[in-house]
Design a protein around this ligand. Structure first.
Ligand code: ADP
Ligand code: MG
Length: 242
């Protein structure tokens, strides 16, 4: 059984479905990109994976068992989550921002230090940044710190929701490369929500295309790009220049 599995999962907002009867598995240790127009249910799906949203119906299996909403905090420590805008604590140094989850879970100081050095070098942040504060960093650098923070405890699952959407193309491309390097060194199950088809093509092994809360196509990147399953998938691809 894969780390993430949905069985007949639906979620409604005020009687209106945001995701409808979704059943799928995410391939372990691969990057899956969820693409689709705004409002198609991508963010809802992602937040159902990490238990931020408890769906109206169906079963969500993460790490081999149904999500336990009474103890979701413990599960969430094993799921990195990164969103657009970094949510860094402005009054805390970069080091302390990255270290947060390590301190909360009593990881020995020495291990935290070593892990932070490893992570900062993955994303090309110089060690001197540890004593800086978020306001002293560019948007791209802050987003990198956000990645380090999410990766501190080496979670087996990493979810990203439009995490790079606000970055300029060059910075975005650099971070993509860093993420792929990290994935090679520490393979994990990554699900990335994006409306940027280029991003999906560059990063993903698998692509899931959503529309109106439904999965219209799901398969290997090659498959989805070469054989769009419907006119709506094809139109979406065609309207986004590669
Ligand atoms: P996407 O991430 O693909 O843009 P979302 O998952 O955010 O889509 O939203 C799917 C649908 O659910 C949309 O119609 C959106 O308006 C609705 N929705 C999302 N969050 C809420 C909320 N907190 N309250 C009410 N409706 C919501
Ligand atoms: Mg969204």
């Amino acid at each position: 059984m894969s780390l993430i599995q949905f069985r007949n999962v639906s979620h409604y907002y005020g009687g209106k479905p945001a995701v409808k009867d979704l059943s799928f598995e995410i391939e372990d240790k691969k990057i899956t990109a969820i693409i689709g127009k705004s409002g198609s249910g991508k963010s809802t799906l992602l937040q159902i994976i990490n238990g931020l949203i408890k769906p109206s119906g169906g079963s969500v299996y993460v790490f081999g068992s149904p999500l336990d909403y009474s103890n979701i905090y413990k599960t969430r420590l094993k799921i990195g989550y990164s969103v657009q805008g970094t949510g860094l604590f402005p009054h805390m140094s970069i080091y302390n921002n990255i270290a947060v989850l390590g301190k909360i879970t009593n990881v020995p100081k020495h291990d935290i230090e070593r892990r932070i050095d490893t992570l900062m070098s993955f994303v090309n942040l110089p060690p001197s940044f540890k004593t800086k504060y978020p306001y002293q960093l560019s948007g791209g650098e802050q987003q990198r710190v956000g990645i380090c923070r999410a990766m501190l405890l080496d979670p087996p699952v990493f979810l990203l929701d439009e995490a790079f959407a606000a970055l300029d193309p060059e910075t975005k491309s650099e971070i993509h490369t860093e993420l792929l390097d990290m994935q090679k060194a520490e393979p994990r199950t990554i699900v990335i929500v994006t409306h940027d088809l280029n991003e999906a093509v560059k990063l993903a092994d698998n692509i899931m295309f959503m529309q109106d809360g439904e999965i219209k196509q799901y398969g290997s990147k090659k498959d989805v790009l070469n054989n769009p399953a419907s006119v709506s998938v094809k139109d979406y691809m065609d309207n986004r220049a590669l």
